[in-house]
Design a protein around this ligand. Structure first.
Ligand SMILES: NC(=O)c1ccc[n+]([C@@H]2O[C@H](COP(=O)([O-])OP(=O)(O)OC[C@H]3O[C@@H](n4cnc5c(N)ncnc54)[C@H](O)[C@@H]3O)[C@@H](O)[C@H]2O)c1
Ligand SMILES: [Zn+2]
Length: 288
């Protein structure tokens, strides 16, 4: 960008998926102390999530997204037609983040997706409507808390378990892409909430059934290859977050559309839950 002698007033256009959006947005944020930039997201994940809200970031050898700036684009232009060429697996992964907004605080949207997901996949009016609703949902949360001092953390529903699973599979996209990790993570967050008697098991079942219906992975056993044991998975979780006085912060739920920030989750509860949900355990109970 410097070699091209770009000026502060020039406009950087991020045309691509979330990786391009994050990289271009970050570069635009630091070159010449901040240039104008526009997001033209081309993946479903980027249209419903990463292009909205102004977070940009790149990975470091020390971890995911550790380097970045808050930098709001001047404009986000999402052409839903470009999604026709997106590989189905990437479309599904983006769909997980789309469904996330229903699970956080829009139960009506989740119910609508349960009815209309096939039309969302097929394209047309329902797809456009779903993407618009997702952008409204994300913009709502970000407007309340742009710099994540509180409520914005709700957008991390499913991400604590999801990030741990991504790390546990060495970020190998052939085994697990981000949105798939989020899908499994959301199902686990609902199951875990039911186990803690915060939500009804029926809600967990409902979330699992929907993810299954659209063809997303929804349990750890759906990840190809071996996973590290429950202790090691907990290790990835505690590495990912600050453990304040021995307790973990999680996004838990009281049911579909009723997510909340729980700051006092004991690691021992997480560990016993991970043990109970671990594929090794399922294998053992099947062979019995
Ligand atoms: N900044 C944020 O708030 C935020 C939020 C969520 C995710 N992210 C980041 O976004 C990234 C994931 O984004 P992603 O899922 O878009 O991944 P991606 O950018 O890697 O795109 C997925 C794949 O689809 C291809 N692709 C994109 N658009 C296409 C199209 N129209 N037709 C055919 N192929 C197309 C890409 O080349 C790539 O191979 C992660 O790095 C994640 O950290 C950022
Ligand atoms: Zn995500």
């Amino acid at each position: 960008m410097l070699a091209a002698k770009l000026e502060r007033r020039d406009v950087v256009v991020a045309l691509g998926g979330g990786v391009i959006g994050d990289l271009a947005g970050f570069a635009a944020g630091i070159v010449r102390r901040g240039m104008n930039f526009v997001q033209v997201p081309t993946s479903l994940l980027a249209q419903v999530d990463s292009s909205v809200g102004g977070k940009t970031g790149i990975n470091s050898a020390r971890g995911k997204n550790l380097v970045g700036v808050f930098n709001q684009p001047k404009l986000v232009l999402a052409d839903t037609g470009v999604l026709d060429t997106l590989p189905i697996r990437e479309f599904r992964a983006g769909y997980a983040e789309l469904a996330k907004y229903g699970l956080i605080d829009r139960p009506g949207f989740f119910a609508w997706l349960e009815e209309n997901w096939q039309k969302v996949f097929a394209g047309g009016e329902q797809r456009t409507e779903a993407i618009a609703e997702a952008c409204r949902a994300k913009a709502d949360v970000v407007a309340r808390d742009e710099f994540e001092t509180g409520d914005r953390a709700l957008l991390n529903l499913g991400h604590t378990f999801g990030h741990a699973l991504e790390a546990a599979t060495n970020y190998d996209g052939s085994r697990l892409v981000h949105g798939e990790g989020v899908a499994i993570g959301m199902a686990l967050a609902h199951r875990f909430s039911a186990r803690l008697n915060l939500a009804s098991p029926d809600d967990a079942e409902r979330v699992e059934a929907h993810l299954r219906a659209v063809g997303l992975p929804w349990r750890m056993a759906d990840i190809p290859g071996e996973l590290p044991d429950a202790e090691a998975l907990l290790g990835f979780i505690t590495q990912d977050k600050k453990v304040s006085r021995g307790a973990l912060t999680f996004i838990l739920t009281r049911g579909v559309g009723q997510a909340f920030i729980a700051k006092d989750v004991p690691p021992s509860e997480v560990l016993s839950f991970l043990k109970a949900s671990h594929p090794e355990r399922l294998k053992m109970s099947h062979s019995r």
